[in-house]
Design a protein around this ligand. Structure first.
Ligand code: ATP
Ligand code: MG
Length: 571
């Protein structure tokens, strides 16, 4: 029998079927100030509207510093500071359409800068501060920013590789810039600006942000998202994160990734929610304590983080008061059914998996509070999105059959281009009538969509096709297994064999006996050809800076393919 986690309450999306059938994007115009004559600009809608309205004295951001201090900014303060920053950028010679990169730790100034840049019509380029010099140089060389907002230590980290670029950007330094010749301080940019600066009225199709993809499958692509993405970002926080104005919300994704801005900053601010930002790195205790301290109502995170919490042990959960939390959202990687069950059993919360990409700009397929969850499924298309599983001719394949996950082009937050690479952009549309995502999936009889793997990761063994996700999900059900990655290893007889890399939970020692035990454990749970014929225990799995398993690195190690671009490999 099919496993179902029944819905508990309703949330904002009362009746999925009806909402999906009757939905029309133009029904959302009234939610925005531009429909009443305001500027068309993501910054105006996210911040200024509240900064002048009823919510002006409400906290927009609690920025929790690594030092333990908290800086809280109201919508009014944020509106003023970002206006000053926007005006200061103009005085510095930055123009509408220019790229301005922000390479900062998660401090409140990161938020001020992002809003300021978009307010003056610039294209913000947030870069995760964990990126190394080469990764930064690649992006700067590609995106050609007019200015980079950074801090002294990050400036020193990248200065030598950035110095040789043909069009050197201006550097805006947060902190003490004495001795950093030719740079300007963040404070001076604010001083130059003017708090009455008004958001520039943009065209809905003008870009406001350039986000580089995670680099899971190759060199990161510079994805441009337009101001009209606001419609779908609002829909994403309304129906998927399921936020309301009174909510405290914590999205753990860094603003260097699309999740960290779309549903991490802009979306929640459109509805007037308070967001939490934490400057430090992952630590299970600290993370639970943040939920307790700020009374977080909705928490948006990723499978990797959830698996790390599981690894930290169930006992720890009891040390914290998590009663404020309604539910958890997860995106970015497949969410193993075992993790969803753990959420219910140990955290006593539902985890709502949702699927999207940098290129889609906002959630496209999701689970909702008002609907049943089928653990292992990404859920169903959000209202306004047509998602299908198609063959290479664009024909929908029958229920239960594997195919390409595709979307009907034209959703509001769809990318408008890949910076400097029109050829790459066109490749997404090679199947007539569809945007092809590069993921393999199937749909079930109820319209739920199930992720199988990235097209590049599909394993061909003994004449069968197999996605790594189902094997990995079976493996982590074994009590000794914390994490796993499965790839195809070239094999003369079978084409490829299934090879599993396994990270053990604390307290387990690698041994031949354990390999055999794990093999037998999954064998009965999987198709006859799908169990791993080879297991290797490893300390860690190669991951991108955004925390995604990089199977192509493991595959290359097994001689199956070229290792490709590794600038995004976390160390
Ligand atoms: P690159 O495009 O540079 O190779 P990437 O695809 O990892 O990297 P992102 O845009 O950050 O870059 O991630 C989108 C991809 O992440 C999706 O195409 C999909 O493979 C995976 N993904 C996102 N959400 C989910 C989910 N809920 N379930 C399964 N996979 C997901
Ligand atoms: Mg991708």
């Amino acid at each position: 029998m099919e496993e179902i986690i029944a819905r508990e309450g309703l949330g904002n999306l009362k009746d999925y079927q009806t909402a999906y059938r009757e939905f029309n994007w133009s029904s959302m115009d009234k939610d925005f100030d531009w429909s009443r004559g305001g500027s068309y600009n993501v910054a105006a809608e996210a911040v200024d509207r509240h900064g002048r309205g009823e919510l002006k004295n409400k906290v927009a951001l609690h920025s929790f510093k690594a030092s333990g201090e908290v800086r809280s900014l109201t919508f009014k303060e944020l509106s003023r500071l970002s206006s000053e920053f926007a005006g200061g950028l103009l005085k510095l010679g930055v123009s509408k359409g220019d790229r301005v990169f922000v390479y900062l730790d998660r401090t409140s100034e990161l938020f001020i800068a992002l809003i300021g840049i978009t307010k003056m019509g610039g294209i913000a380029g947030p870069l995760f501060s964990a990126l190394g010099p080469e990764a930064v140089r690649d992006r700067v060389a590609d995106g050609g920013p007019a200015a980079i907002v950074t801090s002294p230590y990050l400036y020193h980290r990248t200065q030598s590789v950035l110095a040789g670029l043909p069009h050197p950007p201006k550097f805006i330094i947060l902190g003490d810039n004495s001795g950093l010749g030719g740079t300007i301080s963040f404070e001076d940019v604010l001083k130059e600006g003017d708090q009455s600066f008004e958001a520039v009225d943009m065209d809905p199709s003008d870009p406001y942000i350039i986000h580089y993809t995670s680099g899971s499958t190759g060199k990161p692509k510079g994805v441009l998202l337009p101001h009209r993405a606001m419609l779908q970002q609002l829909l994403g926080v309304r129906y998927v994160a399921d936020l309301g104005q009174d909510d405290v919300y914590w999205c753990t994704a860094d603003p260097g990734w699309v999740t960290g801005t779309s549903v991490g900053i802009f979306g929640p601010w459109y509805v007037g929610a308070t967001i939490i930002s934490f400057e430090g790195r992952f630590d299970a205790r600290t993370w639970y304590s943040i939920i307790e301290k700020f009374k977080v109502n909705v928490w948006f995170t990723a499978p990797t983080a959830l698996r790390m919490l599981m690894k930290a042990g169930d006992a720890m959960v009891k040390d914290f008061d998590l009663s404020s939390l309604r539910h958890i959202c997860s995106a970015g990687e497949p969410l193993n059914p075992h993790v969803v069950r753990w959420g219910v059993e140990v955290l006593h919360r539902r985890i709502h998996d949702n699927w999207w990409q940098t290129e889609t700009g906002a959630p496209c397929i999701a689970n909702y509070p008002s609907e049943n969850i089928k653990p292992g499924s990404m859920g169903r298309p959000v209202p306004g999105i047509v998602a299908a599983v198609v063959d290479d001719q664009g024909r929908e394949v029958p229920v239960g059959k594997e195919g390409f996950l595709a979307l009907r082009p034209g959703w509001p937050s769809m990318m408008i281009g890949i910076w400097g690479n029109i050829t790459r952009y066109r490749e997404y549309f090679y199947v007539p009538g569809w945007y092809v995502t590069g993921d393999q999936a199937f749909k079930d009889k109820d319209g739920y969509i199930w992720f199988l793997g990235r097209a590049d990761d599909v394993i061909k063994t003994s004449g069968e096709r197999l996605g790594p996700f189902e094997v990995e999900s079976a493996l982590i059900e074994h009590p000794s297994v914390a994490e796993s990655a499965v790839v195809g290893k070239p094999d003369e007889l079978r084409g490829e064999i299934v090879k599993a890399f396994i990270v053990l939970r604390p307290g387990n020692e690698p041994s031949e006996g354990l390999k055999e035990e794990i093999t037998n454990f999954v064998r009965v749970r999987l198709a006859y050809y799908a169990y791993p014929r080879e297991i290797e225990f490893v300390e860690t799995l190669p991951k991108t800076r955004s925390g995604k398993i990089m199977r192509r690195i493991l595959k290359a190690k097994e001689g199956g393919s070229d290792v490709g671009d590794t600038s995004m490999l976390d160390d």
